[in-house]
Structure formats: C-alpha cells, structure tokens
Design a protein around this ligand. Structure first.
Ligand SMILES: Nc1ncnc2c1ncn2[C@@H]1O[C@H](COP(=O)(O)OP(=O)(O)O)[C@@H](O)[C@H]1O
Ligand SMILES: [Mg+2]
Length: 237
C-alpha cells in the first residue's frame, strides 16, 4: 500500500520548550495507525505538528509532499481533518450547521446533503438532535458530531485525538464502532491517539508507542497486544 503520511524524526516546540524529540511513523493510504503513550508523552503534539498548529522540525510528508510548517487551513485543504482533544465542535451552532461548516471547503456542493444523511445513519443519535445547539449535546453526542463534522470535509486522512475521553465505556464503544464502520466504508486513512488501547486495537492495524516525545516501539496491533509491557501499561494487565 502507498504511504500517505510519513513522519521522520519529528521534533516540536512550544516556544523554547522542546516536547517532541524524534517521532517517526507512517500511515498507509487507507490504513489506520494508533499512537499510544502515557499522559504528556507527546501524542496530541504529534497531531498538532501534522496539522500545522505547533512549530515542528524533521520531516512530515503527506501524499508525497513536504507539509511541515504548512498553515492549518492549508493542511486541511490538502485533505487532513483533525478531531482535536476536547472535540472542538461549535457550541452555539446546531448539529446541522456544524456538519455544513465541516463541508465548507468542498466544491461538490450537491454531494453535501447525502453525506449529511450518511452521518446521521452512522450516528443515529444525532438525528433527533439535528436542530439542537452542539453545546446541548451529551459528551458522547458531541464526540460523534466532531467525527461527523471531520468526515464532512471529505478528508483523505483523519487525525483523531482521544475520542473516548470522558465517555462511559458503552458510549466510547459506540463511537469506535461507528468510526470503524466509517473506515471500512470510506477508506479514509486514520491516525488515532487513544489512551484506551483496547478500543484503539479494535480500529487500527498497527501502532507506535511514544515515550517522552520519542517513538520507542512500533508494531502491528496483534504483536503489540501480546507484549507484556504493552499489556501492563495500556491493557490493564
Ligand atoms: N501549549 C503548551 N505549552 C507548553 N507545553 C505544552 C503545551 N501543550 C502541551 N505541553 C507539554 O508538552 C508535553 C506533551 O504534551 P501532549 O502532546 O499534550 O501529550 P499527550 O497528548 O501525550 O498527553 C507535555 O509535557 C505537556 O506538558
Ligand atoms: Mg493529549
């Protein structure tokens, strides 16, 4: 499979403070790759380096071109949609407005309404809430909306940051089941940051482990699941 996204020895800085020091990973076209790591390991910063919202060094290539240092709106226009930690939905706007805003850069305007219908089929909970303000939704519904809004941009790559954070286990599972279906049906590639490795391994083919801003281990989901240190650190034994 062709490599869609490739990071080599990526560094990142908040002001003078370096928080990434050698992150390398690659996402095949249509593939799904996880990023595991403790709190503060640099998972969110890695996604920010890709989407252009933090200063980065090293090499970040998407679809054959160097995108390091590219502004976030340009990165989005190239086909990378970022679902940030904390969801980033627009609270004052309705569910439908959020979905339409997700699609604002698209030229295929006629395909937008059917894609909204698809989102509502993928996340049926959003259907009854279509005219509600995003801020009135439950945490799980807001996460569903954040993923659906990112899908509405018709990206080639989705960056997902801790989609299960703060959700009840059954809700988190619902969200991941829908994301997996989206992956199967759309072929959108995914880079998935997730503390809950059990959920992540249901979705991704492989994963990279970060420790203090550096990639320390990469393997297929099956390989990683079987390793003692991964079980202890991320799978609860
Ligand atoms: N806006 C910021 N300014 C300064 N330091 C930050 C900022 N955001 C995160 N950090 C620091 O960068 C490191 C990596 O954070 P982060 O990427 O959020 O980790 P993770 O997502 O793996 O929990 C941490 O030490 C964190 O304290
Ligand atoms: Mg984070």
């Amino acid at each position: 499979m062709m490599t869609l996204l490739e990071l080599k020895d990526v560094t990142a800085f908040y002001g003078p403070v370096q928080v990434l020091d050698g992150v390398s990973l690659s996402v095949p076209d249509g593939g799904a790759v996880g990023i595991l790591g403790a709190n503060g390991a640099g998972k969110t910063t890695t996604l920010r380096a890709i989407s252009g919202s933090v200063r980065a060094g090293g090499s970040i290539r998407f679809d054959g071109r160097d995108i390091r240092g590219t502004r976030p709106d340009r990165v989005a226009a190239l086909g990378i949609a970022h679902v940030p930690e904390g969801r980033g939905t627009l609270g004052d706007l309705t569910v439908r407005e959020n979905l339409r805003i997700g699609a604002y850069m698209r030229r295929d305007r006629k395909a937008i309404a059917p894609d909204i219908d698809y989102c509502l089929e993928l996340f049926p909970q959003l259907k009854n809430r279509i005219t509600s303000a995003a801020s009135a939704l439950s945490g799980g519904e807001q996460q569903m909306l954040a993923v659906a809004r990112a899908f509405m941009a018709k990206p080639r790559l989705l960056l997902l940051d801790e989609a299960s954070l703060g959700l009840a286990p059954s809700t988190a599972k619902n969200v991941y089941d829908a994301i997996r279906r989206l992956r199967e049906e759309s072929g959108i590639a995914m880079l998935v940051v997730e503390q809950n490795a059990n959920l992540a391994f249901e979705l991704v083919d492989s994963a990279t482990v970060l420790e203090t801003g550096r990639s320390v281990l990469t393997g297929t989901s099956t390989e990683l699941r079987d390793r003692d240190e991964i079980r202890r650190a991320y799978l609860g034994g």
